[in-house]
Design a protein around this ligand. Structure first.
Ligand code: NDP
Length: 475
């Protein structure tokens, strides 16, 4: 079996590396081959606690008006037992299971059955069949980019229902929020477990599988690089984009509808959260072809981290601001609202412009203009598993000359704006900026470790030319 052979090869490779005293050699850039104790401990922590964290946040809103401390204090003081909290938690219902099943099936249908038509009439939009980056095994996958179309069709139907069809209430998502959480968990665990089994027994590309020998690490970080069913059903592209990100804006709309139902108005804070996060989501789909070149698709393997994360973590924790505003309908002063809007738009501009500069630079192989000038760059090379040598370039001008991850800085500014829209009464809506700061700092370090293994001394030349990671002059 190809995957077994690859597993054996991986073990031999690890053994050889240990003998040679090297951690990364030719073609081994990508996810770790060896698992240190810290990584293992972090993974075990996340596997156990991440689902509990999601439950805790959602339960705090449903039972404690979004206070994160009150449930703990109640438990510590003996006012409540865990069973009291659990007994008040809505269970899985057949209604929620039906909604979730229809939702995922509809998204699979849109993904698989309707080739992209948006690129035929939207100037500047790149859709249809596109190629991903070269994998460590030297494979170039093709993708059907039709996320924008799926997003538009889904939202047109949503608004048609809310305006005149009235098949269901637009508050349907909020009204089933906890029962839907159980459905999302079932799908998240099912898809991660399936991906693990598939990696062992019928991988899409055995040479791009990675086995560390540690069950938990492999389950969490994934074995297969680009698992697929058939030629086109790509797990990474589907799960990240469709049940997670298409849902993001619908969830926010449902929260706004709930505010309207409960208070007879939608607050300016809710509108800001809907608009700013809506821009971010639309940007994602407008640039879905670009997304094929981001770390998620280019470097991460598909395991629980992406599978469960896309089904549960993303839709439930990225939407906390909207959920909070249902329980706390904050009406911001004009100055506060304008400040949030400006910060959000500036963050978005930096995020998009920085990503665009890199994309343009890579697409044109440096034959472009950045801020009206020819880009500056460092030539670098790397080797894939089969020993083939490739050449690449790292840009050192534009925003990429200010810091090595200025796109993350813009993303963080936008994230902070969503949180600030919720006022200052509770910490819960600020979870997003805390989480994004940890995620993007960790991602930054992880990416740099990988790039350093990939490019070797060329990466050192690059970090000497652009010494800061996120904040010029500081970090
Ligand atoms: P990047 O788009 O920054 O991609 C990093 C890769 O770009 C590196 O691995 C390297 O790849 C290449 N690269 C690095 N430096 C340069 C350079 N100077 N010139 C040219 N190429 C370079 O990272 P991500 O994929 O992590 O993020 C993409 C966007 O998505 C970011 O804006 C981020 O904020 C956002 N994001 C949002 C998340 C969310 O949950 N909201 C989560 C994660 C990301 P190579 O091997 O090709 O050289």
């Amino acid at each position: 079996m190809a995957a077994r052979q690859e597993k054996k090869l991986a073990e031999e490779r690890n053994h050889q590396n240990m003998q040679n005293g090297t951690k990364a050699s030719q073609g081994q850039w990508g996810r770790a081959w060896e698992v240190d104790w810290f990584s293992l401990a972090s993974i075990l922590f996340l596997l156990v606690f991440a689902p509990l964290i999601v439950y805790y946040f959602i339960m705090s809103c449903a039972q404690y008006q979004c206070s994160l401390t009150d449930p703990l204090l109640d438990l510590l003081r003996g006012n409540k037992h865990l069973s009291d909290i659990w007994d008040r938690t809505p269970m899985l219902t057949s209604g929620a299971a039906g909604i979730y099943f229809l939702w995922v099936t509809f998204q699979v249908f849109l993904y698989m059955s309707i080739p992209d038509f948006c690129h035929k009439f939207l100037p500047g939009y790149v859709g249809g069949v596109q190629e991903g980056a070269v994998t460590p095994a030297g494979v170039v996958n093709k993708y059907e980019i039709n996320g924008l179309q799926a997003w538009i069709i889904t939202h047109v139907l949503w608004f048609a229902n809310a305006s005149f069809l009235h098949f269901f209430s637009p508050t349907i998502i909020f009204d089933n929020w906890i029962p839907l959480l159980w459905c999302a968990n079932i799908l998240g665990y099912a898809v991660s477990t399936f991906a693990m089994i598939k990696g062992y027994f019928f991988p899409t590309n055995a040479k791009d599988c990675k086995f560390t020998g540690n069950f938990f690490y492999d389950y969490m970080m994934g074995i297969e690089f680009n698992p697929r069913i058939g030629k086109w059903f790509d797990f990474k592209l589907f799960f990240n984009g469709r049940p997670g990100i298409v849902a993001w804006t619908l969830i926010n709309l449902s929260f706004a509808a709930k505010q309207q139902e409960l208070y007879g108005e939608v607050t300016n804070s809710m509108i800001l959260v809907n608009v700013l996060q809506g821009i971010y989501v639309l940007d994602f789909f407008w640039n879905e072809a670009w997304y094929l070149k981001t770390i998620d698709i280019c470097h991460d393997h598909f395991g629980w981290y992406l599978g469960w994360g896309d089904c549960v973590w993303l839709p439930y924790l990225y939407t906390l601001q909207g959920l909070y505003l249902v329980y706390h309908p904050v009406q911001l002063s004009t100055a506060h609202a304008l400040g949030v809007l400006l910060l959000g738009l500036l963050g978005y501009y930096i995020f998009r412009a920085t990503n665009h500069q890199k994309d343009l630079f890579r697409r044109t192989n440096g034959n472009c203009r950045i801020w009206g000038r020819r880009p500056e760059y460092i030539e670098c090379s790397y080797t894939s598993v089969d020993g083939a040598r490739y050449y690449s370039k790292l840009m050192t001008s534009g925003f990429w000359g200010w810091a090595r991850h200025f796109n993350y800085t813009g993303d963080l500014m936008g994230s902070l704006a969503y949180c600030l829209a919720c006022g200052f009464e509770h910490i819960l809506p600020y979870f997003y900026i805390i989480y994004m700061s940890i995620l993007l700092t960790h991602r930054c370090l992880r990416d740099e470790h990988r790039c350093s293994s990939k490019y070797g001394k060329d990466w050192k030349r690059y970090t000497a030319a652009v010494p800061y990671r996120l904040l010029p002059g500081i970090f």
